[in-house]
Design a binder for this molecule. Structure first.
Ligand SMILES: [Zn+2]
Length: 467
């Protein structure tokens, strides 16, 4: 679209209206719950938060090239179900006219935000499930109302110090049996620092921080959307936006200290198997919240190094494409269910399940009620030579690296946990290695070939938007 517009402009061909320059608006909507205690998910057992350690936000960016409008929203939440996201998009559409398919809404994956998706022993907070989409839509509207003439640019910087693959190959006899009673796992997640028999991490990391920078045409910083493939950090008492919120604050201090309305955003890249702990080295002790601050500061300083070098351009075309896939669910067999029910009977007096076999037995029973196939929405956005891919899963890093490498757009990154929640996305080879992320549960249930089908859809969508 951009190439055609430029070509038309160069040739002086009449009849085609050139987009009247880019407009952008950004806003960070506070989405901190107002009622406590509230359920917080992200652990095998539920956590009840008694207050907010730091505020939660839905950080919104709206872009408008005169012909196409799009919105990107990053929410301080662990995972957002498709129904909630669709609700927010429908409400935002009424308020702004932006088509639902042109809105990308993702969760940061903070593990200290209110439960809006049922996982393990946390159940959605009904009031917050109603509250959140309305606030997201209001946030998009405010960003939309704030549109001013703008320019966008892309930057990239590596921060190798904060990302480690958390799945380790280990001497087989030292790997515990999986929760289904099988001793078939060849890798172990979070095996412990310098644990005996560690061989090597089972996958790569992606150290790149991708940056979509938005400035007003007179050079004022308006928004900086960062993308880094780090699961979360942890260590703050709930409710907390984890390092995602701390990064947004720190990057503002560093790159736009005098701009009141500047919005910093950290989106989650492809970090299904990558966290902040180097299990190959001794454990490091941190005080409460200390690690979050250290990581946020380190990444923000790296970003601030390259930020002044980003070149901004207002002659960019926007495009969005969406594909709905139907993927099979890895449902428990009759035999699996029989075993699960037996374990649950043995544990029937326990209010909170602590035994992994029992927790996964409960998951098997719940997963048995799922349909055989589920819809999975894949989205690609183009902002000039920048490609943004959205996948509703906890995507393994190697998948994100392949998307970056094969994209027809020069600068591409993936935002995971976007537009819904369909659990972990390992590759078939990683499924064969086993480990936590592959264990059948509501947190990991797509067919083994899911990543192959999703990556193919991503390539199709990137080709479509880059035409
Ligand atoms: Zn996770």
């Amino acid at each position: 679209m951009m190439r055609l517009a430029c070509l038309v402009a160069i040739l002086g061909v009449g009849g085609v209206v050139h987009a009247d320059g880019l407009k952008a608006g950004a806003f960070a909507m506070d989405v901190t719950p107002t009622r406590f205690p509230i359920s917080v998910n992200g652990n095998m057992a539920d956590v009840q938060a008694k207050g907010a350690n730091d505020p939660l936000h839905a950080r919104c960016l709206v872009l408008d090239d005169g012909k196409t409008k799009l919105a990107i929203v990053v929410v301080d939440s662990c995972m957002l179900p498709r129904e909630l996201v669709e609700d927010a998009k429908a409400q935002a559409n009424k308020l702004t006219g932006i088509p639902a398919d042109h809105v990308l809404i993702s969760a940061t994956h903070t593990h200290s935000a209110p439960t809006v998706t049922g996982v393990f022993q946390s159940e959605p907070d009904v009031d917050y499930v109603k509250y959140l989409p309305t606030k997201i839509a209001e946030g998009i509207k405010t960003a939309h109302d704030r549109r001013v003439a703008a320019r966008v640019g892309f930057g990239r910087v590596a921060d190798e110090a904060q990302v480690f693959n958390r799945r380790w190959k280990r001497e087989h006899v030292l790997i515990p049996a999986d929760p289904f009673g099988n001793a078939t796992d060849k890798v172990q997640m979070n095996p412990g620092n310098e644990a005996k028999g560690l061989i090597e991490p089972a996958g790569p990391v992606d150290p790149d921080v991708s940056l979509l920078s938005v400035r007003t045409t007179d050079g004022k910083p308006l928004c900086l959307l960062a993308n880094y493939s780090l699961h979360y950090v942890g260590g703050n008492p709930p409710v907390s936006a984890d390092y995602f919120g701390a990064f947004a604050d720190r990057v503002k201090q560093l790159v736009a200290p005098d701009t009141k309305d500047f919005v910093g955003i950290m989106s989650n890249g492809t970090s299904g198997d990558v966290n902040n702990i180097n299990f190959g080295a001794p454990a490091v002790k941190y005080g409460p919240g200390e690690r979050i601050k250290i990581v946020a500061d380190h990444v923000a300083k790296k970003v601030a190094e390259v930020y002044p070098k980003i070149e901004h351009n207002s002659d960019v075309a926007l495009a969005v494409a969406v594909k709905n896939l139907e993927l099979a669910v890895r449902k428990p067999t009759e035999k699996d269910l029989e075993r699960a029910l037996k374990i649950l009977v043995e544990n029937k007096d326990k209010k909170v399940l602590s035994d992994r076999a029992a927790i996964y037995a409960r998951e098997s029973v719940l997963l048995a009620t799922y349909p055989n196939k589920v819809p999975v929405k894949i989205q690609a956005m183009r902002i000039g030579d920048i490609g943004i891919v959205a996948i509703p899963c906890e995507v393994f890093t190697e998948i994100g690296l392949e998307i970056k490498k094969t994209s027809p757009l020069k600068n591409t990154f993936t935002i995971e946990l976007a537009n819904g929640y369909n659990g972990y996305l390992p590759t078939p080879a990683q499924h064969a290695l086993g480990g936590y992320e592959t264990w059948r549960a509501r947190s990991s249930y797509l067919e083994v070939e899911a990543s192959v089908k999703i990556t193919a859809a991503v390539k199709e969508l990137l080709a479509a938007v880059s035409r």
